[in-house]
Design a protein around this ligand. Structure first.
Ligand code: CAA
Length: 393
């Protein structure tokens, strides 16, 4: 059977950083509600010339540049997963394909199921590589999470993109065959076409998330999945890091795993490093957790990792894989650290202006964006409902 897994990856996030302590100050509440209660410290804020397309292309570009010409030509599928898309019809993948200068013979499309979309792309990619082991599939999970100002969701915003190269010659992680699935119809979080911000029932969303995780886990076990305690670390979807802790505890109890609180923490906390300061990145969030883990843990070779991918509405998939020894030479810790450290801090007023005042003309009028991003690609402007993208150089 063909081994399929992650060969390489890329990561991008918004160029500005907003501290949740400043949101707490605006609200006149104790900052520990955010720092401790939901386990978040800050979130990334996109500039006016950043959107899900520029984040996606910026995440993928360095990885594409690292490939040999033959390996580059073997990318015949590009899937962009997002739930904050910029067009109801044209796929963000077409714009990303153009910015990355991939050849014409590529199947490029967008995929959606709330925060689960990145994993839907991954499952699709594995099927394609199983059928054509000589091909590579580029998947990019990219999102900017937006809730109404002064809503309870405001603290759980953020944005990022993670690009993964899926192939039959993995260097980071080899996927197991077992996959656990669970779907139910729930109105916990959704965004009708006419809205720019999500609707959410926060309490219900937590309940549905946990219910779905238990159901998907049982299905994973029933399909030959690894025992819970064999998993060195689990990467959960992380709208906020405390959500992963809640779900992990419930799952351990459901399985009567007998682990101590510190065992459970050890199985989870290393995935929080980036999410705590990037915020919710919807489809990318679980993969941001995975990058935070592999870029800072040196003892993962041969270890089994679990993945718990949840998307409201609702769908959950549990899967697993084994870390390959070559991950140590393939990871890009310094580049990620430099990108995260380069984000400029913004105060409350600037964050609000960037987050809610971004260009979104609905009357066909023209808008030129100032050049503010520190990422390789930018949204140069919008004119007659057409988005114009450019390189930042
Ligand atoms: N010190 C320490 N902890 C404090 C505190 C303080 N001073 N003040 C409050 N807390 C704790 C609370 O006890 C609570 O902890 P528990 O849940 O463990 O009891 C926590 O901080 C949060 O407090 P509240 O429940 O009062 O917070 P809230 O109701 O204002 O908002 C939220 C929380 C509902 C998650 C809200 O942020 C939200 O709606 N977020 C968006 C929805 C979401 O992320 N849902 C997650 C599941 S859905 C999903 O995963 C898909 C997706 O990406 C959206």
């Amino acid at each position: 059977m063909t081994t399929i897994g992650i060969e390489d990856y890329g990561f991008a996030t918004g160029s500005r950083r907003f501290e949740l302590a400043d949101l707490a100050e605006h609200e006149g509440i104790d900052a520990n509600k955010y720092l401790v209660g939901i386990g978040q410290e800050a979130f990334s804020v996109p500039t006016f010339d950043e959107d899900i397309v520029t984040l996606a292309a910026s995440a993928a570009t360095t990885m594409i540049d690292r490939l040999s010409p033959d390996a580059r030509d073997s990318i015949r599928t590009l899937i962009v997963a997002t739930e904050s898309g910029i067009d109801q019809s044209k796929a963000a993948a077409i714009y990303v394909h153009e910015l990355l200068e991939l050849g014409p013979h590529v199947r490029a499309f967008e995929i959606k199921q709330a925060c689960y979309g990145g994993t839907a792309a991954l499952a699709t990619a594995q099927g394609i590589v199983a059928r054509h082991p000589d091909e590579r599939v580029l998947i990019v999970a990219t999102d900017i999470a937006r809730y109404d100002p002064d809503s309870s969701g405001e603290a759980t915003q953020g944005g990022a993109a993670v690009a993964l190269l899926i192939s039959a010659s993995p260097r980071i992680l080899a996927f197991d065959k077992a996959q656990g699935l669970s779907t139910e119809d729930a109105m916990d979080f959704w965004r009708p076409n006419y809205r720019t911000t999500a609707r959410v029932d926060g309490r219900l969303s937590i309940q549905v998330y946990i219910r779905q995780v238990l159901s998907a886990w049982d299905d994973y076990s029933g399909h030959g999945g690894r025992p819970f305690t064999d998993l060195h670390t689990l990467c959960y979807h992380q709208p906020f890091t405390k959500m992963a802790s809640k779900a992990h505890l419930k799952l351990a109890r459901h399985l009567e795993s007998g682990q101590t609180p510190s065992d459970l923490d050890a199985q989870l906390a290393p995935t929080f490093r980036y999410n705590r300061i990037v915020g919710n990145s919807y489809t990318a969030s679980m993969y941001v957790g995975f990058l935070g883990l592999i870029e800072h843990a040196d003892d993962l070779a041969g270890r089994a990792l679990g993945f718990v991918s949840y998307g409201s509405g609702a769908m959950c998939e549990v899967f697993s894989g084994e870390v390959l020894p070559t991950y140590l030479k393939t990871r890009h810790t310094e580049a990620t650290t430099a990108m995260l450290d380069a984000r400029q801090p913004v105060d409350f007023a600037t964050y609000r202006e960037l987050y809610y005042g971004y260009p979104n003309p609905t009357d066909g009028s023209a808008f030129e964006t100032p050049h503010d991003t520190s990422l390789p690609f930018r949204l140069a402007g919008i004119d007659h409902d057409e988005r114009r993208y450019a390189t930042s150089a």
